[in-house]
Design a binder for this molecule. Sequence first.
Ligand SMILES: [Zn+2]
Length: 214
Amino acid sequence: MGSRKMSKGRENRRKERRIKRRKRLFTLIMELLILGGLVFGGYKYFFHRDRLEIAENIQLPDWIDVQYIDEGNPSRTGLRLDGINNIVIHYVGNPGTTAQQNRDFYNHEDSDVCSHFVVGIDGEIINCVPLYERSSASNHRNHDTISIEVCHPDESGKFTEASYDSLIKLTDWLLKEFGMKPEDVIRHYDVTGKECPIYYVKNPDAWEQFLADL
Ligand SMILES: [Zn+2]
């Protein structure tokens, strides 16, 4: 009688331990799920990875001339963006050159720079890299930005009216497609302190006007 009682007590204790173990395991799994969700959600939130899905399925309008840099060219790394957080504006720094000349320069085997877009003096727009891939224009922000280089007729770096209008049109389109705001548009200068785009570094009011025109 006494031994049966003891073994029954032991069995109960074993049962309790089993239930406790299960509870602990369940709690651990729930904690891992929550932690995983937080990490994934945070990653998506901070890098705006949803915008990558948009970039993969985007339909480019016919006013954008698609001429991708050859795969394997040093300027086209083929690396995917981590997300899309900003649009970075540049000037080509080579007065009088056309969008085509700049695009062809990026495509040269000696070049290790390229932007997603080049806007020309006559307002033409060339797309050089798919929007889900990294460009090589904005230093440590290549991993989460879309880059636009703009041509200019002289050393001042001031854009022509045609370039300016096209830049507004292109940037507006990108903002709408990716659900971004004008404050998400920055200068190369805001990334590294480099004097690029020079006119809009030397004339901050003109930059503010550009943002207001978006
Ligand atoms: Zn730049």
